[in-house]
Design a protein around this ligand. Structure first.
Ligand SMILES: C[S@@+](CC[C@H](N)C(=O)[O-])C[C@H]1O[C@@H](n2cnc3c(N)ncnc32)[C@H](O)[C@@H]1O
Length: 467
């Protein structure tokens, strides 16, 4: 007879004292000291490095990079030049964060404090910059990073370590990089879950998709067809000595990015800044004069304005975030266009007057995984579970908006996601739930950069309601 296994319970031994990891003290540290007064010169690289590192450290605690930079700029009353330098360093650091953090883990004796880690990541991003001409001399970067470390209460004690790590990187760069790049997170500069998700979704294209998200984005303009033509505007740019090429019916890509104040006709509403892929939305909606159109997740209003440039329509622009909605107002004003702005959630109906819409644009909230070249912080801010959470919300938004569509009307579903759960799977399930007729639309556009095509990763599905 088989003996049944028995479970013997030992009397519990006195638990050994848990081993503390080397960096345990970090949990006990007070929050980042952002209000310190620096004696660094505002035009020095050290000043820009400590500012960028501050922003980076805030991203690591969940703040998005534009907001983190804005806070740093406001606290230190940074000059426009220092703002530009901090922004450049912080964006570079985000694009190389996986590599830099892996390098630090190979060189530092213990996990550095958050601001020290961020400062090292900023410096390593400059030292390992992929540019043909490095942005700064190596010696200057090391010297200024040590000066920056010295200047801040949270990093001063680590000054010697910062110096040692950066000098070692310069001495042993080849071997250190070869070892670091064996780690996928260091090679691709995305969290592991993101790399796995890209492989699963796009088995043939995942490497190209990840690489394109690490490129600096182009500056693409949308010409306002109410005010100019493509030929006219290209001539204006040529006259201003700005090299550019047409990459879509309304899309012009500048060879060299400039601030908006230097773009001919921007202030007068002749052009707007908008990715070429995002410029497909308004033409796909097929708007005609007199229609009632709802832009359900409108801010900052790129697509709202394009719709109004194409036809004389009555647009309701809705957004859940009143602050972001204010930006729709600013953009409309610059372009001398009007829409009815409403701050409300698109999965609710309290704001609706009951009059059906002929066209609905549902550019729903999503993980934004398709626009990481513009927002390199997104990959470090998102969690794997966000995809399901956002897909659940956008499913509710789509079902609610469908009730507001007139018979024969069209609804355009858009995401800037690369994940099928938020895009194709959502579109397919929506069509079944609502017996929606699916019309021709591009579906998933993977991000592309090159001479002919240049756009973010977007998804388009177009539906029609039976008349
Ligand atoms: C992808 S962005 C829209 C971009 C915009 N269509 C454009 O082209 O400029 C998504 C927008 O949805 C808004 N949003 C998030 N949740 C929402 C909700 N429940 N209802 C309405 N808008 C929402 C966000 O504030 C954000 O502005």
């Amino acid at each position: 007879m088989n003996k049944r296994p028995t479970l013997t319970l030992k009397s519990p031994a006195k638990p050994a004292a848990p081993k503390l990891r080397a960096s345990h003290a970090r949990d006990l540290k007070p929050a980042l000291q952002t209000s310190f007064q620096t004696s660094l010169k505002p035009d020095s690289l050290a000043y820009s490095l400590i500012g960028a590192a501050n922003a980076l450290a805030q991203v690591k605690t969940g703040t998005n990079l534009p907001q983190a930079l804005a806070q740093v700029w406001a606290k230190h009353e940074a000059t426009p030049q220092a703002r530009g330098a901090m922004q450049d360093i912080a964006y570079r650091a985000m694009r190389l964060l996986g590599q830099s953090e892996t390098l630090v883990s190979l060189m530092a004796p213990k996990a550095p404090e958050p601001l020290v880690s961020a400062l090292l990541s900023c410096a390593l991003a400059l030292l390992a910059a992929p540019d043909e001409v490095p942005p700064y001399e190596e010696f200057t970067v090391v010297d200024q990073t040590v000066t920056a470390a010295e200047s801040h209460p949270d990093t001063a004690r680590a000054k010697g370590m910062v110096n040692a790590v950066l000098r070692r990187f310069l001495r042993e760069r080849r071997d250190l990089l070869a070892t670091a790049l064996l780690q996928p997170v260091a090679k691709w500069n995305y969290p592991q879950w993101w790399i796995d998700a890209a492989k699963a979704a796009w088995p043939q294209d995942w490497q190209a998709v990840l690489s394109s998200g690490n490129q600096a984005p182009p500056l693409t303009l949308r010409i306002n067809s109410r005010k100019t033509s493509m030929a006219q505007y290209l001539a204006t740019l040529a006259g201003a000595g700005m090299a550019a090429s047409q990459i879509g019916p309304y899309a012009v890509r500048l060879d060299k990015a400039v601030g908006v104040q230097l773009i001919p006709g921007f202030a007068e509403g002749v052009v707007s800044v908008q990715d070429a892929g995002a410029q497909l939305a308004a033409p796909l909606l097929d708007v005609r004069d007199g229609m009632r159109v709802l832009d359900a997740c409108a801010a900052p209003g790129g697509k709202t304005c394009h719709i109004l440039e194409l036809a004389d329509v009555d647009v309701t622009a809705l957004d859940a975030d009143p602050k972001r909605l204010a930006r729709v107002g600013e953009n409309l004003e610059r372009l001398q266009l009007t829409a009815d702005l409403k701050a409300a959630e698109a999965q609710t109906a309290g704001w609706w007057d009951g009059q059906p819409f002929d066209r609905i644009l549902a550019d729903v909230p999503c993980t934004a995984s398709g626009i990481v070249r513009r927002h390199p912080d997104i990959r470090w801010l998102r969690r794997k579970a966000d995809t399901l959470q956002l897909a659940t919300l956008s499913g509710k938004i789509l079902d609610n908006l469908w009730q507001m569509l007139a018979p024969g009307g069209k609804l355009l579903f858009v995401t800037c996601s690369l994940w099928p759960q938020e895009s194709e799977a959502q579109a397919a399930a929506f069509a079944v739930r609502n017996q929606a007729v699916r019309l021709d639309a591009p579906g998933q556009l993977l991000p592309a950069g090159g001479s002919g095509q240049d756009h973010d990763g977007l998804f388009y599905a177009l539906f029609q309601k039976n008349a």
